[in-house]
Design a protein around this ligand. Structure first.
Ligand SMILES: Cc1cc2nc3c(=O)[nH]c(=O)nc-3n(C[C@H](O)[C@H](O)[C@H](O)COP(=O)(O)O)c2cc1C
Length: 217
């Protein structure tokens, strides 16, 4: 394939940091928190809470898109979306997902895999009410992932929602949060000559705690 862009020559050496076993917290949520804090502090115009979310159909056909992290803790990594969207349909049939954070300005990625569940309706409503009014209208106006005739149709739906609900639009029935409860974390730090540092956390055998392994780059 010919292209004016010399894609093959795009190449960067990763030299900013190293990651040693002794740097790691024994709890991956604590480790994530430390890296996330640093990503927020140094992220400038980037969105440090943007994460790729991979889902799959029950027979294993994958898809991936970016969503925003809205909270995390031992109960899971939280995001909000439309339950009837393509990802929502995947998760209804196959409630597992993978997340990926790429904090390029720190030469880091974190990859997470876990079981997915919906958050309570109450929690979704609580969060919905805290969203800017425009985003609330947007969630009501859009049948996410469905084909639409044109932009005009979307604007017509928006005007309808605004007229109908005024200043207090309700949480759509098909909108809410999901939690990804991790059973695998990987922390990746770019290093020179592609000899990166990678550490895998898996639940420790016999319950409680996590075991940590270094992986080849
Ligand atoms: C930076 C960024 C943040 C996004 N955040 C969300 C989000 O929090 N929730 C959401 O449903 N879609 C979000 N989107 C849109 C999704 O990437 C996607 O287009 C949409 O959810 C439909 O995906 P689906 O058809 O695979 O279900 C975001 C996109 C970008 C680029």
């Amino acid at each position: 394939m010919s292209s004016a862009l010399d894609v093959e020559r795009l190449r960067k050496e990763y030299t900013m940091h190293g990651l040693r076993r002794s740097d790691l917290a024994s709890d991956p949520f604590v480790q994530f928190n430390a890296w996330f804090e640093e990503a927020i502090r140094t992220g400038g115009p980037h969105e440090p809470n943007a994460m790729s979310l991979a889902t799959a159909t029950p027979d294993g056909v994958p898809s991936v898109r970016v969503v925003l992290l809205k909270g995390f803790g031992p109960e899971g990594f939280l995001f909000f979306t439309n339950y009837d969207s393509r990802k929502g349909r995947h998760l209804a049939a196959n409630p597992r997902a993978a997340l990926n954070f790429h904090w390029s300005w720190l030469e880091r990625q974190v990859a997470i895999e876990g079981d997915v569940s919906k958050v309570s309706r109450e929690k979704s409503e609580e969060y919905f009410r805290r969203r800017p009014l425009g985003s609330r209208y947007g969630a009501l106006a859009s049948q996410q992932s469905r084909p639409i005739e044109g932009r005009t149709e979307l604007e017509r739906r928006l005007a309808e929602v605004q007229a109908r609900y005024g200043q207090d639009p309700p949480t759509p029935e098909n909108w809410g949060g999901y939690r990804v409860r991790p059973y695998r974390f990987e922390f990746w730090q770019g290093r020179e000559n592609r000899l990166h540092d990678r550490f895998l956390y898996l639940p420790a055998l016999g319950g409680g705690g996590w075991q940590i392994q270094r992986l080849s780059p």
